[in-house]
Write a protein that binds this ligand. Structure first.
Ligand code: ADP
Ligand code: ADP
Length: 227
C-alpha cells in the first residue's frame, strides 16, 4: 500500500504540490493526469525517493520515505520499477544486457539471471531482439526493454513518468497493454501521463492534479472531467 499524508513540496516559495492525501492499494492501476507544470513529475519523484517532501509523510509498503536513511534507499528501490519518457537505456549494452545489468546488482546466480531476463523479454515481445543495441531498436521497442528492465526484479510497484510521451498512438497502446498485463499480476502501476486518448480508451483510476492540488480522484475516470 502507498499512502501520502498531507504531502507538500515547495521549490523556493512555490508549491509544486500542496497538501496531497492519497492512498493506493496493492494491485491498483492509477493514471496521474493534469496540465504541464501541475506537479505530476514531482509526485513521481517523491515516490521513488528522488526527492523529499517539504511537509507530510509518504509510506510505501513497509518504508516510511520521510524517515528513510540514505543507506536504506536501495532496499526501497528494489520494490519499485521505474520507467521514464526517454527510456534511459545504457547505449553500449544490448537489450539483454540492459535488463541483466539491473538484476546483477541484486542477484548473483547466472542461471537465474538468464531465465528471468528471457522471461521478461518474452513478456514484452522482444525475445528475437535480445542482441540489439538501443540505437538498433524503434522507440516503442526501446520502451519495451525499459519496461522489462523495470520488472525483472519483480517489484511490487511500477512507476512510469510519461512512458508514451515519445511514441505514436498505436505504439502507445501496445505499451499500455504491457502495463495492464503487469498489473494483472497484482503489481501496482502508477503512470503520470498527458495521453488523453489512452486514458479514455483504457479506463482506470484517474488522479488529477492541477496547480499542485488534488483536483479529482475517480475509480474509472476519463482524462477530462465530464462536468
Ligand atoms: P508536471 O510533471 O505536472 O509537468 P512538475 O512536477 O514537473 O509538473 O512541476 C511542478 C512545478 O514545480 C512547476 O511549477 C515546476 O516549474 C516546478 N519545479 C519542478 N521541479 C523543480 C525544481 N527541481 N526546481 C524548481 N522548481 C521545480
Ligand atoms: P528533470 O529535468 O529530469 O525533471 P530535475 O527536475 O531533477 O530533472 O531538475 C534538474 C535540475 O534542474 C535541478 O538542478 C533542478 O533544480 C533544476 N530545475 C528543474 N526544473 C526547474 C524549474 N522549473 N525551475 C528551476 N529549476 C528547475
Amino acid at each position: 500500500m502507498i499512502q501520502l499524508m498531507h504531502v507538500s513540496k515547495k521549490y523556493g516559495r512555490n508549491y509544486a504540490l500542496d497538501n496531497i492525501n492519497l492512498t493506493i492499494q496493492q494491485g491498483e492501476f492509477v493514471y496521474v493526469v493534469g496540465p504541464s507544470g501541475a506537479g505530476k513529475s514531482t509526485l513521481i519523484k517523491l515516490l521513488y525517493r528522488q526527492t523529499l517532501p517539504t511537509k507530510g509523510r509518504i509510506r510505501i509498503n513497509k518504508f516510511d520515505l520521510t524517515r528513510l536513511k540514505a543507506r536504506q534507499i536501495p532496499f526501497l528501490r528494489r520494490e519499485l520499477g521505474i520507467v521514464f519518457q526517454d527510456f534511459k537505456l545504457l547505449p553500449r549494452l544490448t537489450a539483454y544486457e540492459n535488463i541483466a545489468y539491473a538484476m546483477e546488482v541484486t542477484e548473483k546466480n547466472p542461471r537465474l539471471i538468464r531465465s528471468r531476463v528471457m522471461d521478461v523479454l518474452s513478456l514484452v515481445g522482444l525475445s528475437s531482439k535480445s542482441r540489439r543495441f538501443p540505437d538498433e531498436l524503434s522507440g516503442g521497442e526501446q520502451q519495451r526493454v525499459a519496461i522489462a528492465r523495470a520488472i525483472v526484479n519483480r517489484p511490487s510497484v511500477v512507476i512510469a513518468d510519461e512512458p508514451t510521451g515519445n511514441l505514436d498512438p498505436a505504439t502507445s497502446l501496445e505499451i499500455i497493454k504491457i502495463f495492464e498485463h503487469i498489473n494483472q499480476q497484482n503489481t501496482t502501476v502508477i503512470m503520470a501521463t498527458h495521453n488523453n486518448e489512452i486514458v479514455d480508451q483504457r479506463p482506470q483510476r484517474v488522479v488529477e492534479i492541477v496547480d499542485g492540488r488534488l483536483r479529482r480522484d475517480e475509480s474509472k475516470g476519463a482524462y477530462k472531467n465530464a462536468a
